[in-house]
Write a protein that binds this ligand. Structure first.
Ligand SMILES: *[C@@H]1O[C@H](CO)[C@@H](O)[C@H](O)[C@H]1NC(C)=O
Ligand SMILES: *[C@@H]1O[C@H](CO)[C@@H](O)[C@H](O)[C@H]1NC(C)=O
Ligand SMILES: *[C@@H]1O[C@H](CO)[C@@H](O)[C@H](O)[C@H]1NC(C)=O
Ligand SMILES: [Zn+2]
Length: 482
């Protein structure tokens, strides 16, 4: 009997530490705001005074950095945040849509409106949340304009054509809309909010420029403004904020003995052997050789420049998760940090670029969280951004779609949730009442054996033992509750 009782207590203890039920189970789901500042490198706050980001780190959790998916460019990396899938699994393989038969290409902005490009089998979190009864919104976030399996994000503002990404007044109007109208008035549960800086300034002036540092101060003021607005609307204790980015930025090398990568100058390579190409777009490119020309093109390019990596699609390093999608072309090229890939002649004059290997430190974005479900003043180990999606689903209390991330990689940044505290408490109560029943039975049994002294000694020993277990279970529950 005692053994059964202890076994019951043991089981409840271990099931508690294994299962991490979503925080909504008590009906106290908090709202969630996902903010992306395009191209905000992990260390951009280190050479600028950023009081608001510092305050947020103090009040919440700051990851050392996070690792974006390859290709480290805007649409693919943002769609990974929204789906938890690597790029070869979600299919948004580039900022540009293209058709290799018609040679047609669409730039980033026009690609936003090609539904079939975005809706390639992975559902962004807005749709999953809506299917499970939540209300979602998105402002300017890549992927906002598209329709997924016939459904769009319920509340949205799509970026206007030729939008000025740096206008701080406009940023504040957008924040007023998201916090004041969408969260406060319309009671949305989840909103994704996108800012196009400091990416634009990083490209134009380089990541080490005073212009970039100034823009980081604008970002910092904006973070303060977001938190003030949330406070103003009484949402501070009901809204979690995740602030991150899609990729970082590195300085493009030029001048001196520096040797540009220009494909047309490579001996043995000719664009005549290529049916379709996507180059002149930063450090990565793709080629579709003409019928029977794959080997020739590949052999000409492979090893042709010490800073150019050339792969047949199926030979791409598995860790990049960028080799296994029908949209990827047969030859994939990418350059070392500081280099860009030019086609016929150099046409790229940015001072900063991204799109490099996601192992390169300069490609890593920042990641900060604050809110009722997060611990405070915690610096967290780095993780891949595929893990942001399962974290967001957990915070919203929704079942995630199949994804490449795992909650284990972020769960320690959250505070133990109320449901589990309640759960732990009720299980201690259940455990205690089981012990009471047991003791009552022991009492009945032993009183019927009245007179046997030896039995009584044994009994009191067992009772103490049982009490000790309860105490231990209590401590265990406290430590493992989530
Ligand atoms: C590319 O264009 C061809 C010819 O118009 C068309 O058959 C094909 O479906 C298009 N592919 C994509 C991905 O749109
Ligand atoms: C994804 O896109 C590829 C190539 O464009 C296409 O062949 C495939 O059917 C699409 N998958 C889904 C689920 O939409
Ligand atoms: C910035 O945005 C505001 C609000 O949309 C607009 O009134 C103002 O003219 C813009 N400023 C510039 C310099 O474009
Ligand atoms: Zn970007």
């Amino acid at each position: 009997m005692l053994l059964i009782c202890l076994a019951v207590l043991g089981l409840t203890g271990s099931s508690l530490s294994a299962a991490i039920p979503p925080p909504d189970a008590t009906g106290s789901r908090n709202k969630l705001l996902l903010v992306s500042f395009d191209g905000f490198r992990w260390d951009y706050d280190q050479d600028v005074d950023t009081p608001n980001l510092d305050k947020m780190a103090w009040d919440g959790v700051r990851a050392e950095y996070v690792t974006p998916p390859f290709l480290t460019i805007t649409s693919p990396a943002h769609f990974t945040l929204l789906t938890g899938r690597y790029v070869e699994n979600h299919g948004v393989i580039h900022n540009m849509w293209f058709n290799t038969s018609t040679q047609e290409k669409k730039q980033y902005y026009q690609t936003q409106f090609v539904d079939s490009y975005w809706d390639n089998g992975s559902l962004p979190i807005w749709i999953t949340a809506q299917r499970q009864g939540l209300k979602a919104g998105s402002l300017h976030f890549p992927g906002t304009a598209a329709t997924y399996r016939g459904e769009t994000v319920g509340v949205s503002q799509v970026e206007p054509f030729l939008y000025d990404h740096s206008n701080e007044t406009d940023w504040r109007l957008n924040i007023d809309k998201v916090i004041g109208e969408w969260f406060h008035q319309q009671d949305l549960d989840f909103v994704s909010l996108y800012f196009g800086e400091p990416d634009v300034i990083g490209h134009k002036f380089g990541p080490d420029s005073p212009e970039r540092r100034e823009m980081v101060q604008q970002v910092d003021r904006t973070v303060g403004y977001i938190r003030d607005k949330i406070q103003e609307h009484g949402l501070t204790d009901r809204l979690n904020i995740i602030i991150t980015a899609d990729h970082g930025m590195t300085t493009v090398l030029r001048g001196g003995t520096f040797e540009e990568i220009t494909l047309s100058k490579i001996p043995g390579f000719s664009f005549k052997d290529v049916k379709f190409h996507l180059v002149d777009y930063g450090p990565a490119g793709m080629l579709l050789p003409k019928e029977g020309m794959l080997e020739k093109v590949y052999q000409a390019l492979k090893g042709s420049h010490p800073h150019l990596h050339v792969y047949k699609k199926e030979e791409m390093p598995a860790r990049l998760h960028y080799g296994n999608h029908p949209r990827l072309l047969p030859i994939i090229l990418f350059a070392d940090p500081g280099y860009v890939i030019n086609g016929f002649f150099p046409v790229q004059f940015h001072k900063g670029e991204h799109g490099f290997d996601n192992q390169v430190m300069d490609m890593k974005p920042f990641f900060r969280v604050v809110g009722p479900d997060f611990k405070t003043n915690l610096v967290f180990r780095s993780f891949e951004t595929v893990n942001v999606y399962p974290l967001m689903c957990h915070l919203l209390g929704i079942n995630p779609e199949v994804n490449d991330g795992h909650l284990d990689n972020t769960k320690d940044m959250m505070v133990p949730n109320k449901k589990n505290k309640l759960n732990a408490l009720s299980q201690v109560v259940v455990g205690l009442s089981a012990v009471t029943v047991f003791l009552a039975l022991v009492f009945i049994m032993t009183t019927s054996y009245a007179g046997c002294k030896r039995n009584r000694v044994e009994r009191s020993f067992n009772m103490e033992h049982a009490a000790g277990y309860i105490g231990e279970e209590k401590t265990d529950i406290k430590q493992s509750s989530f």
